[in-house]
Write a protein of this length. Structure first.
Lengths: 115, 118
């Protein structure tokens, strides 16, 4: 019952460092997403993917990159970390079709602090 | 552009009280989906309900009920006989268009923090 797995759960970065947040799902979902949640705010979409090899920008893509080489994995890379990227990051996936299409399955989140 | 507004930032109730969380949305699309998610203190997001724009029938699931009114662009959520375990942040979200990745491209409200006191 793994669902969506994110690593690491916590990370502190220095300004200018880079890192990759890992996300893997074992539900064979076509769609995967990265959201960020800032304090007191709702989630905002960073990037999404409709399948292996296909990605697209969401609402707040600046400072991030993604790749989707397999159906299971959707890593999010932060280049040149900035304090504005301090946030909780959620990876999610959803089915292409079938019952409950549209229901997002979320990972537990990754809390990132940039100092 | 889409927008979701949850007017109540925080609500505090005593156990067994009924509580309604308001959600108002804006979209130009005629086909869209509305969602409610729960985020308990542990931090994960839990799917509660999805409603499409063509189905205005209210829904009840145990102590939870949802009132969708297209005329007022509202999708309110009521918890009957609240319990301490209902304490969480609740998010209303909107996804416009039918099918495809629009399903997961959600626009979230800012959330309502619900605290249920024993």
């Amino acid at each position: 019952n793994a669902g969506v797995t994110q690593t690491p759960k916590f990370r502190i970065l220095k300004i200018g460092q880079s890192m990759t947040l890992q996300c893997a799902q074992d539900m064979n979902h076509n769609y995967m997403y990265w959201y960020r949640q800032d304090p007191g705010m709702g989630l905002k979409l960073i990037y999404y993917s409709v399948g292996a090899g296909i990605t697209d920008k969401g609402e707040v893509p600046n400072g991030y990159n993604v790749s989707r080489s397999t159906t299971e994995d959707f890593p999010l890379r932060l280049e040149l970390a900035a304090p504005s990227q301090t946030s909780v990051y959620f990876c999610a996936s959803s089915r292409l079709r079938g019952p409950n299409t549209g229901e997002l399955f979320f990972g537990e989140g990754s809390r990132l602090t940039v100092l | 552009a889409q927008k979701v507004t949850q007017a109540q930032t925080e609500i505090s109730v005593v156990e067994k009280e009924d509580v309604t969380l308001d959600c108002v949305y804006e979209t130009r699309d005629t086909t869209y989906y509305l969602f409610w998610y729960k985020q308990p203190p542990s931090g994960e997001l839990v799917f509660l309900i999805r409603r499409n724009s063509f189905d205005e029938q209210n829904e009840i699931s145990g102590r939870y009920s949802w009132n969708f009114q297209k005329s007022t662009s509202s999708f309110n959520f009521t918890i009957t006989a609240s319990q301490v375990v209902d304490s969480a942040v609740y998010f209303c979200a909107l996804s416009a268009q039918a099918g495809g990745t629009s399903y997961g491209k959600l626009t979230f409200g800012q959330g309502t923090i619900l605290t249920v006191h024993p």
